[in-house]
Design a protein around this ligand. Sequence first.
Ligand code: MN
Length: 201
Amino acid sequence: MPEHSNPELPPLPYDYDALEPSISEQVVTWHHDTHHQSYVDSIQGAEETLAENREAGDFGGSAAAIRDVTHNGCGHYLHTLFWENMSPNGGGEPSGELADAIEEDFGSYEGWRGEFEAAADDASGWALLAYDPVADQLRNLVVDQHDQGALWGSHPVVALDVWEHSYYYDYGPDRGSFVENFFDVIDWDDVAEQYQKATSQ
Ligand code: MN
């Protein structure tokens, strides 16, 4: 059996100041190096607790550790996607198969975007665009924390972090402007790749 590999913090695919002015160098630095790192570290800690409890045959605390693995594992997964979804050369609108799918499943790009922005306004965590393989369609999801509101089996292709640590230093309580400016750095080429991967699984 292969050894499990420990989760690792992936390096950013661009410089820390590359997303300015949408997201400041300071926020990207804290968000990636401190917050994302802590989710990675916490998965490791919870896995160690589970292994120790199995070894000792004492499962007190194991349920809490399982929750920790889920919460931090989803945090790690979504942050990795969030970083990949952005680029200093982003912006514009989707094209090709992805654009066709958005139009088919949401009526139009504007229909998708308005709904996604409503999800981002309401979420206590994340707004996601995800491919649902059961219904074979794209769906927007409102996610609280990192994992509440997940749709089993679906594959997120856009992840927008609306935790306060993601925007408050730059925008204060004006989350709407942060969401608006996210669309200046969204990398539709990456989203198209994520969609391709999700639909070919
Ligand atoms: Mn975050």
